[in-house]
Design a protein around this ligand. Structure first.
Ligand code: SF4
Ligand code: SF4
Ligand code: SF4
Ligand code: FES
Length: 982
């Protein structure tokens, strides 16, 4: 159990040397062998000798400013700083001598003389390196008073919502500056002034909030005093114990030490031993956890017969009983396949596994799907077809061995920030970068990072662009023939080479389609094929297209053709959006696949599950989410169990989704907040936040990490217990006692997980990458090493087929969507944190030319209208987008970004084409009809929530009475249906 008393992680002072060669040195009389390049400070620390230090930390390059770490080296004059002195063969080092004591005391005395001696009331009391060092060097009194110049009255900067900067406590060690530069890569801090006058400043003497700071907290973590301190620590004091767990936001899967006081979180500290983050984090994981205890949390089960009724709080038993009876009633009346379930990519593997099992075994149908349908389902399809496994091929650390990187349709600094920091580190070391994106994402031109090529592809033409890159590689003799001959199917390769070599696929021909200069494209293709290890990272800007699966296959083709698979530094790396989207796919959430991506129609696989689960399974795939909506509207789909997913806000064509939900008879929503979907629900089951969960998440690297409960479920039951209760009420017994038993069952039934257990994960230091089985007992960091999972890699022809969604005279702009750093997905969590300070509304980015054409100025209200609907957003005029392209985020329900997106989908997986919507934009003065309707509907639903009867009150209301078919409901009024004739 990784629960600890709070103590600082061991710090070796300087980073480890990567050398495999060693030298012998003597420290305090003991001979030790040390890797070449190691500092004397680290060598001593590795030998168990801690040299006093203040400005050094083992995640930062040595700086040598504090002079506390002086040592004596035989044969050398003076007293060198051990942090900046590398070991040399035969060195004889003394770390403790009377002279060194005297020097160190003198250094500490100077520091303390300009430091407020308020240790007893200081928030860092007990967790302060300055305090510790004063004790270590034996400083008992200070000869200098406070009469001279000092900084004791400098004002504290409290502008950042999460941490404060108190310059009076600053010892100008520069650790914060270096953490911002080296760890985070934002370069927001500087040391302003010289000598005694020097102070740390953010930006150009800005406040932290006004500066470029992205609030990652690396500087706070690096600060050895309380100069930079979390406001929660200032308010609550030091924590008492800590638990290691995993962030519940993005697919990086950062490990955190949740530092606690009783059941309350004091702060989240990125865990140094976390293999995905190595002690770093972003603003969301480190600071934006307050939503877990927000007053909006729904902690009581509720039911109602119709969505026009007030809610009624009931006991868990009554809610579960009511839900089960409704599902049974619907099935009795409308047939077995009239109900289904949606699993959550925010819940644990164990919870997700149980929901799909509930649907298949207790509902008796395969109508189960997950939000990966709307994000990375093309990844699963495309990578499985070409390489044989539906997952990324590398570790995040692999990027440190890459020489040239393609980032395509992803914005890592916003959506995968900790990976972005690592990537920027590699770029600063000299790796090359090719960005393929319609927008100028931050990586195109970040501090100390410049993309070698930015290919601003026209939305919807990714396949054409990658095929023309392949054309260059094939026709210019840049294919890795040896790799292809050994590792790939020859006939398929030859067909592919012939196809991509066609003149119609040349960059010159495709330029008119993609909008990308043929010259740039040729140069980028040559760079990728010839510059050593090439890796490709991609996101939803690849998958969420009508040719999403084709583009994923084109990426795999490119990697195979250039021999960039199966070792460190290369590979195909989908950047997964949500914390457990990889896991929810692995766990059998798709209607056609059982856990481990095995097809439901495979008799042998089904028989294995039938025997274990003791139930007959349906052999035919069930409905996908969009099919569920269509079936609901046509009247054959009537009941839905939706766990931890807000389909009304996140799925495309909101009005279609709302109509589908309003057509159903029983919607059961399990969530932590009464989200947009819950406004259409008849049963609300309170969910648990990640802090209340016990289980595992699987990140984008296939890393299965432990999620540990740091507080009891606030509503009394964990999510997996609720699913078990519903299953039991439906007559299919589930009697797990602990999530570890669910993982044991997953391992028993899933070949790629057969070696996984909670115990094993703990033994391996908190995480393991699947496959983890007899062949790979400690997991698989890199896939496809000697051969592809499918045997030989398969090239697939990727013919460009234009999307139906094209700009026209009527809809001349292309809308594409994305995320922002401070908000997360539908925003349900981050909107309930101070992160709204950075992003309080979704805006429409528009190029100045397009704005000028329409008379639109910065901040104006702009209606964007597509074939699906219309919404109104405030304009942000920027050259980040190219002319003809507009862009928005989708973090606020009232923005209605998905009112505008259409129900065009990927041909293979039905993943929505979020990234391409033809729109018109015009200046308006008020919200859209849809927004006005949404507002009214939300007010009505809030009223019905406010009017709810509390548990134990007698009810004059209708809840609990025999359910009626849903009456016409106050769904937001649809915008006028627009003609598709243009
Ligand atoms: S919070 Fe992060 S970005 Fe901001 S100054 Fe500190 S290290 Fe830099
Ligand atoms: S704020 Fe903290 S880390 Fe930064 S220079 Fe001052 S004492 Fe060092
Ligand atoms: S990078 Fe992702 S996983 Fe890491 S702290 Fe940020 S949101 Fe959490
Ligand atoms: S720790 Fe070596 S000079 Fe500061």
């Amino acid at each position: 159990m990784l629960e600890t008393v709070v103590k600082r992680d061991r710090d070796f002072g300087t980073p480890a040397s990567l050398s495999t060669q060693t030298v012998q040195i003597t420290i305090d009389g003991t001979e030790v062998d040390v890797a070449i390049g190691t500092s004397v400070m680290r060598a001593a620390a590795e030998a168990g000798i801690n040299i006093p230090k203040l400005c050094a930390s083992d995640n930062l390059e040595a700086f040598g400013s504090c002079r506390l770490c002086l040592v004596q080296i035989e044969g050398r004059r003076g007293y060198p700083a051990s942090c900046t002195t590398p070991v040399e063969a035969g060195m004889v080092i003394w770390t403790e001598t009377p002279k060194l004591h005297e020097l160190r005391r003198g250094v500490m005395e100077l520091y303390i003389s300009d430091h407020p001696l308020d240790c007893l009331t200081c928030p860092a009391n007990g967790d302060c390196e300055l305090q510790d060092m004063a004790g270590v060097v034996g400083l008992r009194n200070v000869r200098y008073g406070y009469d001279g110049a000092n900084h004791l009255h400098d004002a504290t900067d409290t502008s950042n919502p999460y941490f404060a900067y108190d310059p009076s406590k600053c010892i100008v060690c520069s650790r914060c500056v270096r953490a911002c530069d080296e760890v985070q890569g934002t370069f927001a801090l500087t040391v302003d002034g010289r000598g005694f006058a020097s102070r740390i400043t953010a930006g150009q003497n800005d406040s932290f909030l006004a500066s470029d700071c992205v609030s990652c907290g690396a500087c706070v973590q690096a600060c050895p005093t309380s100069s930079l301190t979390e406001k929660t620590v200032i308010d609550m004091g030091q924590s008492e114990h800590s638990v290691i767990t995993t962030c519940a936001y993005c697919g990086v899967g950062c490990a955190f030490k949740a530092e606690m006081k009783g059941q309350e979180v004091v702060r989240m500290v990125p865990w140094k031993d976390g293999k995905a983050n190595h002690g770093h984090s972003c603003v969301k994981g480190r600071f934006a956890w307050g939503y877990a205890t927000h007053q909006d949390r729904m902690l009581k089960p509720m039911i109602r017969s119709n969505i026009s009724d007030p809610w009624r709080e009931v006991s868990w038993e009554e809610a579960i009983g009511y839900a089960a009876s409704e599902l049974k009633r619907i099935q009795a009346r409308h047939g077995r396949d009239s109900i289904g379930g949606i699993t959550s990519s925010r819940c644990t593997n164990e919870e997700t596994y149980l929901v799909q099992k509930l649907v298949r075994a207790a509902f008796g149908t395969n109508n189960v799907d997950t939000c990966a349908r709307v994000c990375h389902s093309p990844t699963g399809y495309g990578l499985k077809a070409t390489l044989g496994e539906s997952a990324g091929t590398q570790t995040f650390d692999s990027v440190m061995h890459t020489d040239v990187i393609i980032i395509m349709g992803a914005n890592p600094t916003a959506a995968h920030p900790v990976f972005a920091s690592q990537l920027k580190r590699r770029l600063r070391q000299g790796a090359k970068l090719i960005v393929i994106d319609p927008r100028q994402i931050e990586l195109v031109n970040a501090p100390h990072v410049k993309a070698d090529y930015h290919l601003p592809v026209r939305p919807g033409t990714n396949t054409a662009l990658l095929t023309s890159m392949a054309h260059v590689i094939a026709t210019e003799g840049l294919i890795d023939e040896a790799f292809v001959a050994e590792r790939c199917e020859t006939p398929a390769f030859q067909q592919w080479r012939d196809f991509v070599s066609l003149p119609e696929n040349s960059p010159e021909t495709m330029e008119a389609v993609t909008g990308v200069s043929a010259l740039d494209l040729r140069a980028a293709a040559r760079l990728f094929a010839t510059h050593g290890n090439g890796s490709i990272y991609y996101g939803l800007g690849v998958t969420e297209h009508s040719q999403g699966s084709t583009t994923v296959m084109a990426i795999a083709n490119l990697a195979m053709a250039t021999g960039n698979l199966g070792r460190e530094g290369v590979g195909v790396n989908p950047l997964r959006g949500q914390n457990n989207v990889q896991g929810s796919c692995d766990m059998g959430s798709f209607p056609h696949e059982l856990p481990g991506y095995r097809h439901i129609s495979d008799d042998a696989v089904r028989a294995q599950f039938e025997q274990d689960w003791g139930v007959k399974l349906q052999p035919e795939p069930g409905l996908r989410i969009p099919n569920m909506f269509d079936a609901a509207i046509s009247g054959s789909f009537k009941g839905l169990y939706c766990q931890g997913e807000d389909i009304v806000q996140s799925d495309p064509n909101t009005q279609h989704v709302a109509k589908a939900l309003a057509s159903m008879e029983c919607i059961i929503v399990q969530d932590i907040f009464l989200n947009e979907t819950a406004k259409y629900a008849h049963v609300f089951l309170p969910g648990s936040s990640f802090l209340e969960k016990d289980g595992t998440f699987t990140n984008a690297e296939r890393r299965i990490s432990r999620v540990r409960q740091v507080m009891q479920p606030k509503a009394g039951l964990a999510d997996w217990e609720v699913t078990c209760a519903l299953s039991n009420a439906l007559g299919y017994p589930m009697d797990y006692r602990h999530p570890s038993q669910i993982m044991d069952e997953i391992a028993r039934l899933t070949p790629t997980f057969s070696g996984v257990s909670f115990k094993k994960i703990d033994e391996l230091g908190g995480s393991v990458q699947w496959p983890c089985n007899a062949e790979a007992p400690d997991g698989t960091p890199i896939m496809h090493v000697d051969e592809f999972v499918r045997g030989k890699g398969r090239f697939i022809i990727t013919k460009y087929v234009p999307s139906d969604e094209r700009s026209t005279r009527k809809y001349p702009l292309l809308l594409t969507t994305g995320r922002i750093l401070s908000q997360y997905n539908v925003g349900a969590q981050t909107r309930r944190t101070p992160n709204v300070l950075w992003h309080s509304e979704d805006v429409l980015e528009m190029h100045p030319h397009d704005a000028e054409d329409r008379g639109i100025r910065q901040g104006d209200m702009v209606a964007i209208q597509s074939r699906s609907g219309e919404t109104v957003l405030r304009a942000d005029i920027t050259e980040r987008v190219q002319p003809g392209v507009v862009y928005t985020t989708f973090h606020f329900p009232e923005s209605g970004a998905n009112v505008v997106t259409t129900d065009n989908t990927d041909w293979a997986t039905d993943c929505p084409e979020y990234k391409v919507t033809a729109v018109q934009a015009r200046l308006v003065a008020e919200p859209s009809t849809w927004q006005a309707g949404w507002s009214r509907f939300s007010d009505v639903q809030q009223g019905l929530l406010d009017e709810r009867q509390r548990e134990g009150q007698t009810s004059p209301q209708s809840a609990g009475r025999p359910a009626q078919p849903a009456e016409p409901v106050p769904v937001p009024e649809p915008a006028p249906v627009l003609s598709s004739q243009e």
